[in-house]
Design a protein around this ligand. Structure first.
Ligand code: AN0
Ligand code: CP
Length: 316
């Protein structure tokens, strides 16, 4: 594996899952792989879990880590080629990515979508510029359309927690007051398609995800119907893909409550976090035994560690 920006970069998902499970048992057994190697983490957007778990993963492998919050601490980056840089940007992506490549052996980048320019977002304009100009392997710390480290951790969590071979996993849209990316649900759909699960998506009319990621997954617009018999309920808000970036604030009945969870097969509650309590999910669910959000967050470390180890093993 050279880069890790989507499940499409993973030649063997089962093998990577096995590696993460092995790493979780003995996290410090692989220290020699990262010796004298440096990971650079670049953030254009806020982060708690991705930042700390990826840093921890690298440290478990014996790597050094450098973190930059580009918007607040770096120069404003120009992405367009051939432009006269007499406006707000101070440094071109060509130099920025080239320079970072001198200091780092692997680079991670987080870049959220605009949610106003669908074409730029869905062509992964910013991430692709980094891929074009970076001389070392690149891992996505969440891009405009995908969050593969999150989804990989989610797959690890489902594998650990499942009580039957092929559990029913329901991805449910949930209410929110801000326009949020489709990256987490897009990515989750891609990874679930590779897992041994019965996968269903439920969302209101007008919130269907892009077919390129859901790829024929059953979408049920009646949430109660979809939740019936679920072993896992994965809640997430996303803004509209069809009416790009638009939100609806009149759908509070989509909040995950105990009443909704009662429709499931003693289902487990999942969310990538951060989550707005009593908007997306009721306290009674998040504070109950059904919630496995901390187990998910814990597995972010082993997902990142398996990805970094795989890249390091390939000789970089
Ligand atoms: C982001 C999102 O929805 O993509 C990050 C989730 C990991 N969430 C928020 O902006 C609240
Ligand atoms: N789930 C997740 O990626 O969280 P952060 O935005 O805090 O990194």
């Amino acid at each position: 594996m050279k880069n890790f920006t989507s499940i499409k970069d993973v030649p063997d998902v089962k093998a990577l899952l096995q590696l993460a499970q092995d790493v979780k048992k003995q996290p410090y057994n692989y220290k020699s792989y990262g010796e004298n190697k440096t990971l650079g983490l670049l953030f254009f957007n806020p982060s708690l879990r991705t930042r700390m778990s990826t840093q921890k993963a690298a440290q478990n492998l014996g790597m050094q880590v450098m973190v930059m919050n580009l918007n607040s601490d770096g120069w404003q980056i120009e992405l367009e080629d051939g432009t006269v840089m007499n406006q707000g940007t101070q440094e071109h992506i060509k130099e920025a990515a080239g320079v970072i490549s001198q200091y780092c052996d692997i680079m991670g980048v987080r870049t959220f979508p605009s949610l106003t320019d669908k074409e730029a977002d869905y062509s992964e304009k910013v991430l692709n510029k980094f891929l074009e100009h970076t001389l070392v392997p690149v891992i996505s710390l969440e891009s405009a359309t995908l969050h593969p480290l999150q989804s990989f951790a989610d797959l690890i969590t489902i594998e650990e927690q499942k009580k039957i071979i092929k559990p029913k996993v329901v991805l449910s849209w949930a209410p929110h007051v801000r326009s949020l990316p489709q990256a987490v649900p897009n990515s989750f759909a891609q990874w679930m398609a590779k897992g041994e699960v019965d996968f269903v998506i439920t969302n209101p009319d007008g919130f269907d995800l892009a077919e390129e990621f859901t790829n024929g997954t059953k979408v049920i617009h009646d949430q109660d119907e979809a939740l019936k018999g679920a072993d896992f309920v994965y809640a997430k808000n996303w803004s509209s893909y069809e009416d790009y970036g638009k939100i609806r604030t009149d759908l509070n009945q989509w909040q995950i409550t105990n009443k909704k969870m009662a429709l499931t097969n003693e289902g487990k509650f999942m969310h990538c976090l951060p989550v707005r309590r009593n908007l997306v999910v009721a306290d009674e669910v998040l504070d109950s035994e059904a919630s496995i959000v901390l187990q998910q967050a814990n597995n972010r470390t082993y997902a990142a560690q398996a990805v970094l180890l795989n890249i390091l093993k390939n000789g970089n």
